[in-house]
Design a protein around this ligand. Structure first.
Ligand code: SF4
Length: 363
């Protein structure tokens, strides 16, 4: 009778997703993909991954790139500390490891931005280390396999899942034509969590290669989606702000955000706290040396971060000619906004509005 791993592997070899980073799983490729996938869906990450690799194909090019280049390549992916940390880690790899990415999870975890899950994913997939890469997916699958009915978001649950998977990982870690056995084990579970043992909905137990090992399926068929137990989170804090698209001579004002805090060091359209009425908006503009010849309310927008939500009111502001010395903003051309300044997706609605306006879809 085939064991847990053999069943999982058979399924994986037939059903694995075709992903660009799996074509040539070098340590750099695996590292980049795992960092991108931390907060980004696979489909969205594909294109970013290829574009990033095209521009920065290896650790040394990443270490040498400017921060603005890295941020621009990351624009739209969010959670920008991920790419900043990658760049810092790349410099460390160049200085301390002669450009070779460390080959154990114990060393990888000491690099900036690489936590327990990511170190295990890189070490198992790229180097064959026998270590489970336990993330939310693997915790969910574990909770169902073992009918774990306590809060899954605790260190105790994590330890149990780690132990469970470690017991079932292949003992022989020698790489074969099918890849690294332990890397395959982790990737098979990732794919199972994506296609079969689904979150927030009934899992497809009829298609599950390891259903015979699943206690919930055996003892409470039809109730698998009740697990894992996740306590209700706190509501998101709301922040209201007014966003200004200040325009003159075909240019639009942008400014760099502070070096610390939310969206640190990225560029934004100037904004003020609160949802300002036109009169207060004009006052704010004058305080910032902008004399509007026209101000028009445009779209409202929202953006949801992990712990907070922005509710934005937008104004298009037309000002007369400007001189760089008098305006405390960067007056950027369309090309510079597209190529040079990294404006996060929190302002995506306003970038889109500008595009529509450019194409005369709105007036
Ligand atoms: S049998 Fe169902 S619940 Fe159990 S691991 Fe498979 S898909 Fe998940």
């Amino acid at each position: 009778m085939k064991d847990f791993y053999e069943k999982l592997l058979d399924w994986y070899l037939e059903n694995q997703r075709e992903l660009p980073w799996r074509e040539d799983p070098t340590p750099y490729h695996v590292w980049l993909s795992e960092i991108m996938l931390q907060q980004t869906r696979v489909e969205a990450a594909r294109e970013y991954y290829l574009r990033f690799l095209n521009r920065l194909p290896d650790v040394s090019s990443l270490a040498e790139a400017s921060e603005d280049t890295c941020l621009k390549l990351w624009e739209g992916l969010g959670y920008y500390s991920r790419v900043r940390n990658m760049k810092r880690a790349a410099s460390e790899v160049m200085e301390k490891f002669g450009g070779n990415i460390p080959n154990t999870s114990a060393e990888l975890i000491r690099l900036p931005g690489i936590g327990q899950y990511t170190s295990a994913a890189i070490a198992s997939i790229a180097f064959g280390e026998r270590i489970p890469a336990v993330d939310g997916n693997l915790l969910r699958i574990y909770s169902r396999l073992e009918m774990y009915e306590e809060n899954i978001r605790t260190p105790a649950a994590f330890r149990k899942a780690l132990e469970y998977y470690t017991d079932r990982m292949p003992k022989n870690t020698t790489k074969t034509g099918k890849g690294n056995p332990c890397g395959n084990f982790n990737q098979a579970l990732m794919d199972l969590g994506n296609a079969v043992c689904l979150p927030n909905t009934a899992p497809e137990c009829g298609n599950c290669p390891i259903s015979e090992f699943c206690r919930t399926h055996r003892e409470r068929p039809g109730m698998e989606a009740d697990l894992p137990v996740i306590p209700a989170g706190k509501g998101k804090k709301e922040e209201r702000l007014t966003v200004f698209l200040i325009r003159s001579e075909g240019r639009t004002a942008v400014r760099k955000r502070p070096a610390r805090g939310l969206l640190a060091g990225l560029y934004e359209f100037p904004s003020a706290a609160g949802e300002l009425e036109t009169e207060d908006a004009v006052k704010w503009l004058r305080e910032h040396s902008v004399e509007p010849i026209r101000i028009k309310k445009i779209i409202d927008a929202e953006h949801i971060f992990t712990h907070k939500k922005w509710i934005m009111r937008g104004y298009e502001v037309t000002m007369d000619s400007f001189s760089e010395e008098n305006v405390p903003f960067i007056m950027a051309s369309e090309e510079e906004i597209a190529q040079k300044y990294c404006i996060p997706s929190a302002f995506g609605a306003y970038l889109k509005w500008m595009d529509l306006k450019k194409n005369n879809s709105i007036y």
